[in-house]
Design a protein around this ligand. Structure first.
Ligand SMILES: [Zn+2]
Length: 307
């Protein structure tokens, strides 16, 4: 799965290419992309509804919270004064799933065989297409109203997702307070998107290693200063990854691939089980916590001893 830095890298590229453009038309090639992985049966009319909802709207910006990305859509300002009251802002949610990609193309470009939907865009005299390509269809596109949650407007289905450490609405003190009350193991608490969003499996392991906390430590029984160090590390390691990966879309192309080794060079423990710890040389271990592989150094991250 793409994690926060990968999604942010895509968002930056999409924003650069589409903000201010008007959606002049849309095409849903495979309606399954409008469903979620738990809802695969899509009524044929859903595609028409999607096209009608987005056509004629202006893309105000591409936004992100945690691993949720969306285009905020306003009314089309080029259409002249509307007789109707101003259309409310909507969001076009883009969930990349395992293999989803957004690519910016010229209309004349050949259409890739796994293209599931196309937005036709106009910006000034420029015309472009934003294409959603997804081989396995684990990704998802959907039009949703915007609702207020955790300090800003987000798509309705993201209303339970807390602020992520890289957004202005994030309140570190509040996140620390909530984390310190958790009685689940810290690894699971970090993945709880209602506490802090955007920390996926990879960056949870990296943050715990950098802060020297064992993944099975219980937050409620851990010193607050150490928990603060974990949150701080999570934020830093994601910012660092973003800095490494944020320069890749000078071409007319936006791409994400969760499987790619793009950010791997920054990883100190994730995926390194059996290899030597970069700090102490002890063999990195792996255990399964909540169904997720967790990588840690048994020396740098001492197991908790609670009485
Ligand atoms: Zn170590």
């Amino acid at each position: 799965m793409p994690e926060l830095p990968e999604v942010e890298s895509v968002r930056l590229g999409v924003h650069e290419w589409t903000a201010g453009a008007t959606i002049t038309g849309a095409e849903v090639i495979d309606p399954r992309i409008l469903g979620t992985t738990s809802q695969r049966r899509i009524d044929a009319s859903a595609a028409d509804g999607f096209v009608a909802a987005v056509s004629g709207r202006r893309i105000i910006c591409a936004e992100r919270r945690g691993k949720f990305m969306w285009l905020t859509l306003g009314e089309d300002l080029d259409a002249g004064p509307a007789a109707e009251p101003a259309a409310p802002e909507l969001s076009l949610l883009v969930h990349l799933g395992m293999s989803g990609q957004l690519r910016v193309h010229d209309a004349a470009d050949e259409i890739h065989k796994h293209t599931r939907a196309i937005l036709r865009l106009g910006r000034g005299s420029e015309t472009l297409q934003l294409r959603f390509i997804d081989q396995r269809i684990f990704g998802h596109l959907g039009v949703q109203p915007l609702v207020h949650a955790y300090g800003r407007l987000v798509p309705a289905s993201a209303n339970h997702i807390a602020a992520d450490p890289l957004e202005p609405a994030f309140e570190p003190g509040l996140a620390l307070e909530q984390l310190s009350r958790k009685r689940t193991v810290v690894k699971s608490a970090l993945l709880d998107q209602s506490l802090v969003s955007g920390i996926g499996n990879i960056y949870a392991d990296e943050a715990l290693f950098r802060a020297g906390i064992h993944p099975l430590a219980i937050p409620a029984r851990t010193r607050k200063s150490r928990l603060a160090a974990v949150l701080d590390s999570a934020s830093r390691v994601m910012s660092d990854a973003l800095a490494v990966g944020g320069t890749s879309f000078d071409a007319l192309y936006v791409n994400v691939n969760g499987e790619s080794g793009y950010f791997d060079r920054a990883l100190l423990v994730y995926g390194r089980s059996g290899q030597e710890c970069v700090r102490c040389g002890t063999e990195i271990e792996k255990m399964t916590i909540g169904g997720r592989g967790s990588h840690f150094c048994p020396n740098c991250q001492k197991p908790p001893r609670y009485r």
